[in-house]
Design a protein around this ligand. Structure first.
Ligand code: HEM
Ligand SMILES: [Cu+2]
Length: 483
């Protein structure tokens, strides 16, 4: 199986350049958005005083910026490794970046020039009904910016599909189904192709649904008589949002599949289990989003129940299979721990660990209490910060090392890694604690009884920022030297 793979294939220089540039951009934006997160936490902890409307602008920028950047970094990872097996178009990649950056300009203008503060979830009809806090033009700029970013991602995935089909003939081959169902497959796709194929299918569907609701929202801003059922709109938005943010992790994990083998000396196999896990994810990722609508009593009961059951099941296949495979590959291999292998391993455990509080919240009875508390940012920061971002940083340090194992960990590596882990856990646990105490999420002002964990969380957030700065400096200086 997977016999025609060699472990360290290099990619075309232009690909390496484009990916390094994307990762540089991603790291800078991650850092800026972390600073915004720190500011929000300090405001909630009464350590800093800013007007509430600015808080909500910052919250909108942080949410949109983080989700978008996670998507960008994930796409760079997926694209980098796709290039080892197939030939995606470099021009399309530049076009994707151009759409992305143009969208970002419109989004920032909508938020900070226009005052849009309706959160990255742009829940209909909030963009149009700001109570005079922002104008329809500001909302339009934000919505149009998201649309451009979405179009960029659509182009990216369509080209990835074209490239994959160019070698594997169709997506069911690329998903590994012939291997799964027992017939001989001469060219079993490596995990990177299996994962990319699953991601591109679910995210293309999500992006189309997202584009539809964004377009309706945009038209509604100027033609208020054109309306849509708000519950339907919410279904569209959360379907899109759930799939998109999860896809960022699914793309990032490709870095684990492709890089860890270099350290362990054993290729990551496309086992039947792995293929089955990704196929299960393909189906479930599309069907679990109703867990965002448990409070909507008018939703059909069967949808909510399906959402609940699948929420238990959906995370499990790929996470368990990946974590288990990682453990067995690490076991008795003489792995050299450097910043890359440590960050990637941390990322897998952060991803797996973060799913536990998510699953708890996915229970309808718990959700009745925990919904809209800080429990929610608690669980998603777990797998996004300690999972997705850790994997993205691991990938970046790998690039900076010239795509080979690095030197043994220096003191600054150890401090950065330890700071990221400790600070990240602190950020997450203070959120979860506040959630358990029923502190609401998305509140700019916290009463004095709530502020102790906010303040502690601010300290941990500062530690994460410092650790990320160390990793960022290393990345930038190494990449500058090698190019
Ligand atoms: C130092 C690290 C970080 C800190 C201190 C931080 C802080 C915060 C705070 C205070 C909030 C608002 C909580 C509330 O609802 O009251 C928030 C929301 C959010 N954060 Fe972070 N964050 C960090 C990293 C991240 C990362 C890495 C991601 C994703 C990759 C992320 C994604 C989000 C999202 C999607 C929201 C929701 C915004 C909304 O409710 O509309 N954050 N964060
Ligand atoms: Cu979800």
């Amino acid at each position: 199986m997977a016999s025609n793979r060699t472990i360290s294939q290099t990619v075309r220089p232009v690909v390496g350049f484009a990916v390094r540039l994307t990762m540089a951009l991603s790291i800078v934006v991650f850092l800026l958005m972390m600073l915004l997160g720190l500011i929000m936490r300090m405001v909630q902890g009464s350590l800093l005083d800013i007007p509430p409307d600015l808080f909500y602008q910052i919250m909108t920028a942080h949410g949109t910026g983080m989700v978008g950047t996670a998507g960008l970094a994930g796409a760079a990872i997926m694209w980098h490794f796709l290039n080892r097996y197939v030939r995606p178009s470099v021009s399309v990649y530049w076009l994707f970046l151009a759409f992305f950056l143009t969208g970002v300009v419109l989004i920032l203008a909508g938020i900070f020039a226009g005052g849009f503060a309706g959160a990255w979830t742009f829940l209909y009809p909030l963009p149009a009904r700001s109570g005079a806090v922002w104008s329809v033009h500001a909302a339009f700029s934000f919505i149009a910016g998201l649309l451009l970013v979405g179009v960029g991602f659509l182009l990216f995935y369509l080209d990835a599909a074209r490239a994959i089909v160019g070698r594997y003939r169709n997506l069911s081959n690329a998903l590994g189904w012939p291997t799964l169902f027992g017939s001989e497959q001469a060219d079993t796709p490596p995990p990177a192709i299996v994962a990319s194929s699953a991601v591109l299918i679910i995210n293309t569907i999500a992006l189309v649904v997202g584009a539809v609701i964004l377009a309706i929202t945009a038209v509604n801003l100027y033609v208020p008589s054109l309306t849509i059922n708000p519950l339907l709109a919410k279904n569209f938005i959360y379907f899109f949002g759930h799939v998109f943010i999860n896809a960022t992790i699914y793309m990032a994990v490709i870095a684990v599949y492709e890089i860890i083998p270099v350290y362990t000396g054993r290729p990551w196999k496309s086992s039947r289990l792995l293929i089955a896990g990704w196929s299960a994810t393909l189906v479930m990722a599309l069907a679990v989003y109703p867990h965002h609508l448990f409070q909507d009593a008018v939703m059909p009961g069967w949808m909510l129940v399906t959402g609940q059951i699948l929420s238990f099941a959906s995370g499990i296949p790929v996470i368990v299979i990946t974590t288990y495979a990682l453990l067995s590959y690490l076991h008795r291999s003489e792995i050299r721990w450097d910043l890359t292998s440590a960050l990637l391993t941390l990322g897998v455990f952060g991803w797996a660990g973060g799913v536990i509080p998510a699953i708890i919240d996915g229970m309808i009875v718990v959700n009745k209490v925990m919904h809209n508390t800080l429990w929610v940012p608690g669980h998603f920061h777990f797998y996004l910060l300690l999972g997705m971002v850790a994997m993205a940083l691991g990938f970046a340090t790998w690039l900076a090392q010239g795509e080979k194992p690095g030197t043994a960990m220096t003191l600054s590596h150890k401090l950065a890694l330890g700071g990221f882990l400790l600070g990240g856990l602190g950020v997450v646990l203070t959120f979860l604690y506040s959630g358990k105490e029923s502190v609401p999420r998305r509140w700019a002002v916290h009463v004095p009884e709530w502020t102790a964990p906010d303040q502690l969380g601010s300290v941990f957030a500062a530690v994460v920022v410092a650790a990320t700065i160390v990793i960022a400096i290393q990345y930038m200086s190494r990449c500058a030297r090698s190019s």
